[in-house]
Design a protein around this ligand. Structure first.
Ligand SMILES: Cc1cn([C@H]2C[C@H](O)[C@@H](COP(=O)(O)OP(=O)(O)O[C@H]3O[C@@H](C)C(=O)[C@@H](O)[C@H]3O)O2)c(=O)[nH]c1=O
Length: 186
């Protein structure tokens, strides 16, 4: 597993080692040992999976407030997505900045989204499946969102499309008005 830093501290791209043979391929998708060796001491407690039928479905930007903040390890197991993390930690030198990457069933890359970051993805194909591990249980009371097209954040979504959104995501506030109890160091 290659673990690669991005321009946002703590946001990492993981490239699993894929062993191909005449049957197909094998890969480890997560190893607590490799995480520990890389200095990542994360106790994942829940695995999630979502399916989005329509290309251009957009889920996010989402996060859970402290004390229920979640680290997420995200991968796409069918189709393709553009996956995004936004630093929302007040006083962070990269507050409001975003990082995005294509995660596809084919490239098998994963994105590690730390606590204090909002997360979203747009599906780039029909029938996209996303699987991710989280290190805190779902806590609907702490569940919050930021609108996907906040002009101050300025995420460059790769396809120009009117996205398919949930009702909740349609009504999400901009970052400036969003509930946020994150600061650097948490
Ligand atoms: C996230 C979540 C949702 N649910 C339920 C609540 C709701 O009835 C239904 C759908 O929830 P949502 O509309 O919030 O699902 P979704 O929009 O897919 O939410 C997800 O989006 C991505 C971008 C993330 O980063 C995730 O952490 C999560 O927030 O599933 C759970 O039971 N457990 C969970 O952990």
């Amino acid at each position: 597993m290659n673990i690669i830093d991005t321009k946002l501290a703590g946001v990492k791209v993981l490239e699993p080692k894929v062993f191909g043979d005449h049957r197909g391929w094998f890969m480890e998708t997560y190893s607590s040992l490799q995480f520990k060796e890389a200095g990542l001491d994360i106790n994942f407690v829940q695995d999630n999976q979502s399916f989005s039928a329509t290309k251009g479905t957009l889920r996010g930007l989402h996060y859970q407030l402290n004390p229920k903040a979640q680290t997420k390890l995200v991968r796409c197991t069918r189709g393709a997505i553009f996956d995004v993390a936004v630093d929302i930690r007040k006083e962070s030198p990269t507050y409001g900045e975003w990082y995005g990457i294509e995660l596809t069933a084919e490239n098998k890359k994963q994105l590690l989204v730390p606590k204090g970051f909002a997360h979203a993805f747009m599906t780039l194909t029909e029938d996209a499946e996303v699987q991710y591990k989280v290190d805190e249980f779902y806590a609907p009371d702490c569940d919050r969102g930021i609108i996907w097209n906040d002009p101050v954040i300025g995420i460059e979504w790769p396809i120009e499309i009117t996205p398919v959104l949930s009702k909740k995501d349609e009504q999400a506030p901009v970052l400036k008005n969003a509930d946020n109890n994150f600061t650097v160091g948490e």
